[in-house]
Ligand binder design. Structure first.
Ligand code: ZN
Length: 133
């Protein structure tokens, strides 16, 4: 049996796995979006009620919110790049952003703006010129 973890909020040993409908809220580019993730497995303190999310939970939540808000997911952006057989510097030029920003977006460390999202979508539909000026 695993020992019940101590809660970082109340300090008592009460953090246990639970499955719940998680209502998430995130701000993307200044707009707050909401999504409900049904039957999400998380850990929660049975004493004070604090929900403890892992990095994986956070990735799931972020993905759900981005989808709901109408943004491409980091893995979808990477898929567009590989489908067009582009390396990071080539794709960055085509969608008009720095290589550094594109890397951060593909890793999910940064949200693309609406304009950037539109350019990824245009590229995925072959509506952006592939020639590099
Ligand atoms: Zn607690």
């Amino acid at each position: 049996m695993n020992e019940i973890r101590a809660c970082g909020h109340c300090g008592k040993r009460g953090v246990v796995p639970v499955v719940l409908d998680y209502e998430a809220r995130r701000t993307i580019n200044g707009e707050t979006h909401q999504a409900v993730l049904p039957n999400l497995s998380v850990t929660r303190c049975s004493i004070c009620g604090t929900i403890w999310l892992t990095e994986e939970d956070d990735t799931l939540i972020c993905g759900a919110i981005m989808k709901k808000a109408g943004y491409l997911l980091p893995e979808e952006i990477k898929a567009i790049r590989t489908a067009n057989d582009l390396c990071i510097p080539e794709m960055a030029k085509i969608v008009q952003m720095s290589e550094e920003v594109l890397v951060l977006i593909e890793k999910g460390y940064r949200y693309q703006t609406r304009e950037q999202d539109d350019r990824f979508r245009l590229l995925s539909r072959n509506e952006l010129p592939l020639e590099i000026a």
